[in-house]
Design a protein around this ligand. Structure first.
Ligand code: PEP
Length: 251
């Protein structure tokens, strides 16, 4: 079911001790337990420890930033989806533009990762988003339509119901240049329309669609006020408990 959700992508930042301190502060500041669902996505080595700090059964959840497409085996240095589930992860980010760009992750590979995550009982947060060149060439909708069709829409209705989509324009990630709320809304509405075509109108209404790209404590309220923006995937601002909490409280 569609829900408001804020996910913090810590990327490759912090030490374990700093990560524990950050999550303790996030838990303390959000002790009221009201508001949206929240997912913290620390690096792999922090997952179990960070998960232990999250109150059971509440609105704070654990997520990973990636997983391998195979169930297990001789893949040195990789992490399988069921390993993530076994340390308490509920969510996994897949298709982040940094994975696509720096690690060559293709739509084909991502479609396999999605299957692996779902088979392990994880809820994927599937990222799509265009480069500045694509936007300036006026090809944003074609590009995102293609990413959705190739990476995501092979899932069955039941599988797709577990997925959160994140629209993350590459030109806005880590640049301080946020999409305007109108730019975000128009792409989110387009994504919802594509979901309705691929599945049905109810699936489109039920899908949570997050915005990501330099969202922060100052602009979150405006972004989240858009009818098709259900929350955010937050990078830099998720590393400061107070800012992250302000974003969480921006609905
Ligand atoms: C991200 O990497 O998912 C992201 C949105 O980063 P930032 O908020 O730092 O732009």
């Amino acid at each position: 079911m569609r829900q408001n959700l804020v996910a913090g992508n810590w990327k490759m930042n912090l030490t374990y001790q700093e990560g524990l301190a950050l999550v303790e502060e996030i838990v303390r500041l959000n002790a009221a337990g009201t508001g949206p669902e929240v997912v913290v996505c620390p690096p792999f080595p922090f997952l179990a420890g960070v998960g232990e700090k999250l109150p059971q059964g509440g609105k704070l959840h654990l997520g990973a930033q990636n997983c391998h497409q195979k169930e297990s085996g001789a893949f040195t240095g990789e992490v399988a989806a069921k390993m993530l589930a076994s340390v308490g992860c509920e969510y996994v980010i897949l298709g982040h533009s940094e994975r696509r760009q720096y690690f060559g992750e293709t739509d084909e590979l991502l479609s396999q990762k999605l299957k692996a995550a779902l088979a392990a009982g994880l809820k994927p947060i599937f990222c799509v988003g265009e480069s500045l060149d694509t936007r300036e060439a006026d090809e944003t909708f074609d590009f995102i339509g293609q990413q959705l069709a190739a990476g995501l829409f092979h899932l069955s209705n039941e599988e797709f119901a577990q997925v959160t989509v994140a629209y993350e324009p590459i030109w806005a990630i880590g640049t301080g240049r946020t999409a305007t709320s109108a730019q975000a809304q128009e792409v989110h509405a387009f994504i919802r329309e594509q979901i309705a075509r691929a599945y049905d109108a109810q699936a489109a209404l039920d899908t949570t669609i997050l915005y990501g790209g330099s969202a922060n404590a100052q602009n979150a309220r405006e972004l989240f006020s858009q009818p098709d923006v259900d929350g955010g995937l937050i990078g830099g601002a998720s590393l400061k408990a107070a800012d992250f909490t302000t974003i969480i409280q921006s609905f």
